[in-house]
Design a protein around this ligand. Structure first.
Ligand SMILES: Nc1ncnc2c1ncn2[C@@H]1O[C@H](COP(=O)(O)OP(=O)(O)OP(=O)(O)O)[C@@H](O)[C@H]1O
Ligand SMILES: Nc1nc2c(ncn2[C@@H]2O[C@H](COP(=O)(O)O)[C@@H](O)[C@H]2O)c(=O)[nH]1
Length: 213
């Protein structure tokens, strides 16, 4: 049977560069990683593609999906719902892929409850004025929305202790390399491998007993 992939939870304040760093990671040749496309009720931005960037859905549709138990996690963020469809994530993990969720902190905490052996990575900006600069420079949000996202950013940075790793996004290439190294190392963690070696020892014991007979 194929070994299940790792669930990677990638968070950080809006505008820190999660999508940019993720794109860099996914362009690397040596990764076995899939991206979980979230569902959201927020309006589609110019250039965003339904089914690739997000599943853009109505509030009614989103709430029905939650009621049916089809979300791994969800949260309301600055007036809109965002959530991770469960079935697709399970399918990719079962196929042996590592799966990356790019989600905000409330959702990440829900995932931690359900999947404690996930890998929780928090991306930070060099400082808050640089974060505002990135949000403004992206040109996708009004000043009012940026102000709200900056308030959320402060709350989220306070929550970083809930994560396993903190990566600073000073330079995109460096941040992407740091995240890749964390994922690679996690494949060799004792927590992940101990079960496999315990099973191997059990198997050997049984073989010896059979030989003795
Ligand atoms: N290391 C960096 N240095 C300078 N600019 C950056 C860096 N990383 C990302 N940016 C820029 O910051 C802006 C925000 O990046 P991005 O959209 O990837 O953030 P995000 O964390 O995915 O945001 P959201 O959570 O709102 O989707 C973009 O314009 C991007 O080009
Ligand atoms: N809890 C979840 N948060 C999510 C999900 N998908 C995205 N997000 C986070 O929402 C904010 C805003 O995103 P934006 O695209 O409107 O800028 C950001 O922090 C995303 O990471 C999700 O499925 N669940």
């Amino acid at each position: 049977m194929k070994e299940r992939g790792l669930l990677i939870v990638f968070s950080g304040p809006s505008g820190v560069g999660k999508g940019t760093v993720r794109a860099k990671i996914f362009n690397s040749p040596d990764i076995n990683l899939k991206y979980s496309v979230s569902m959201t009720t927020r309006a589609q931005r110019p250039g965003e593609v339904d089914g690739k960037d997000y599943y853009f859905r109505s509030r009614d549709y989103f709430e029905e999906t939650v009621r049916e138990g089809q979300m791994l996690e969800y949260a309301e963020y600055v007036g809109n719902y965002y959530g991770t469809p469960l079935r697709e994530v399970n399918r990719m993990l079962d196929e042996g892929y590592d799966v990356m969720l790019e989600i905000e902190v409330q959702g990440a905490l829900q995932v931690k409850e359900k999947v404690p052996d996930g890998v929780f990575i928090f991306l930070t900006p060099p400082d808050l004025s640089e974060l505002r600069h990135r949000l403004t420079g992206r040109g996708t949000d009004s000043k009012a929305v940026i102000d709200e996202r900056m308030i959320k950013a402060r709350e989220e940075i306070h929550m970083m202790a809930a994560y396993d790793y903190v990566v600073e996004n000073d330079v995109v290439d460096l941040a992407a390399e740091r995240v890749k190294k964390i994922i690679q190392a996690e494949h060799f963690s004792v927590d992940r491998l101990i079960g496999k070696y315990e099973a191997m020892l059990e198997e050997y014991k049984v073989e010896k007993e059979v030989t003795k007979l």
